[in-house]
Design a protein around this ligand. Structure first.
Ligand SMILES: NC(=O)c1ccc[n+]([C@@H]2O[C@H](COP(=O)([O-])OP(=O)(O)OC[C@H]3O[C@@H](n4cnc5c(N)ncnc54)[C@H](O)[C@@H]3O)[C@@H](O)[C@H]2O)c1
Length: 365
């Protein structure tokens, strides 16, 4: 197990991540020793798989299970949790334990940030996405019917326990969906992480604990590094959106039938091509990225409807004024953000990218 620290400047707060093999066993002692009243928030999918193991290590808690699924990340669930906390007389000294994927972490985090004006929470993320991304950085929230994550807060947990053991039961589709964020981390800020993934791809896909643990810790450090410099998303934190601009358009055009990570992977592929055209990424590095994504099994092209694309991209909440801002790469491990490119140019580049993929088929697969 490795202990990594997120040092947040304004309030001089430090959030520790206990990360790696056996992290849960080791850090659960802290949970038992320090907190008396504990409320675990999870869902039946995760709980049915891990109840026995969880109870072996964490003692004396009450349990709230919310239904599984993004569609339950809403105010009704938030209010049910408030009611539950009131019914068990939870106070500001009680601890919430978010045990699950990003949905659980986001909603439990929001509840923790608002109940009694804020009570302590720890995250025990059980998906790859939650371990490398959503549990880190303090963003919490829930969805309105008008859009995702429209209500939320910034609220840091006491600490995070990230144990790769929990990934053992994660369906492969969910695993690969989270893995796109790991590849993203390498692309934007850690060339060594990218090389490590290239070199050990088969072991990662097989979920070899040693390699996986190493890669997860490195991806977590990328996110920590960015959040430490820009906790409130005022600038640099935008680089975490690499691949997400087109990724989001794919999700919308395909009516959310393409899972988030797969859409992001195709978004990374296009943003890398755009980087080759606009920001100096070499063709050799572009091909390495495309090759890696392809090898994992992601589709690089979803044949988007070009006539609708402008509207979809302009509605993206990350847009400023009438232009769409992109995160691009100068090289693997170095991203730049706030690059404005007009919509016609983007559509032209997408067509160009589709042709490029056809001509480079043999290089990429
Ligand atoms: N707060 C942030 O900074 C941030 C960042 C990125 C994403 N998010 C949010 O995260 C959410 C997506 O998170 P996610 O991808 O973890 O999805 P998720 O929480 O829906 O989990 C995916 C599926 O895997 C199941 N699952 C979780 N752990 C499991 C395990 N160990 N074994 C078997 N099944 C398991 C879940 O029950 C669910 O069915 C979205 O709501 C998104 O908005 C938040």
């Amino acid at each position: 197990m490795e202990t990594i620290s997120i040092k947040l400047k304004p309030k001089k707060r430090e959030v520790k991540i206990y990360s790696g093999t056996d992290a849960f066993i080791k850090a659960s002692r802290l949970v038992n020793n320090v907190y008396i009243k504990k409320v675990v928030i999870s869902n039946p999918t995760v709980w049915n798989k891990w109840e026995g193991y969880f109870k072996e290590h964490i003692k004396n808690f009450t349990l709230f299970l919310m239904p599984d699924g993004e569609r339950f990340k809403n105010y009704k669930t938030v209010h049910k949790i408030y009611d539950f906390l009131v019914s068990i007389s939870a106070t500001r000294k009680s601890l919430i334990i978010a045990f699950g994927g990003g949905v659980i972490g986001d909603i439990a985090g929001f509840v923790a940030s608002t109940y009694h004006r804020g009570i302590p929470i720890i995250h025990i993320p059980t998906t790859l996405l939650a371990q490398v991304d959503s549990s880190i950085g303090g963003k919490t929230g829930y969805n309105l019917k008008e859009g995702k994550n429209l209500i939320g807060s910034f609220y840091q947990p006491e600490f995070i326990i990230s144990d790769p053991l929990f990934l053992d039961t994660l369906p492969q589709k969910e695993f690969l969906s989270g893995f796109a964020e790991v590849i993203k981390a390498g692309c934007i800020k850690d060339n060594k992480l990218f090389c490590l993934i290239e070199k050990n791809l088969e072991k990662v896909i097989r979920r070899d604990k040693h390699v996986l643990s190493n890669i997860i810790t490195k991806a977590q450090k990328v996110k920590i590094n960015v959040v430490q410099k820009d906790e409130r998303e005022e600038g640099l934190r935008a680089i975490l959106n690499f691949g997400h601009t087109l990724g989001h358009a794919i999700e919308v055009q395909k009516k959310w039938r393409v899972s988030h990570g797969f859409a992001v992977a195709a978004g990374i592929a296009f943003a890398s091509f755009l980087s080759y055209k606009e920001s100096g990424l070499s063709e050799e590095e572009l091909l390495r990225i495309l090759k890696l994504l392809k090898k994992v099994g992601y589709s690089l092209n979803y044949n988007l409807d070009k006539t609708q694309l402008g509207n979809v991209l302009l509605k993206d909440k990350k847009k400023k004024e009438e232009t769409v801002e992109w995160v691009l790469l100068e090289r693997i491990g170095k991203a730049i953000y706030g690059i404005k490119i007009d919509i016609e140019q983007i559509v032209h580049r997408i067509v160009e990218f589709e042709n490029y993929l056809k001509h480079r088929k043999n290089f990429i697969s």
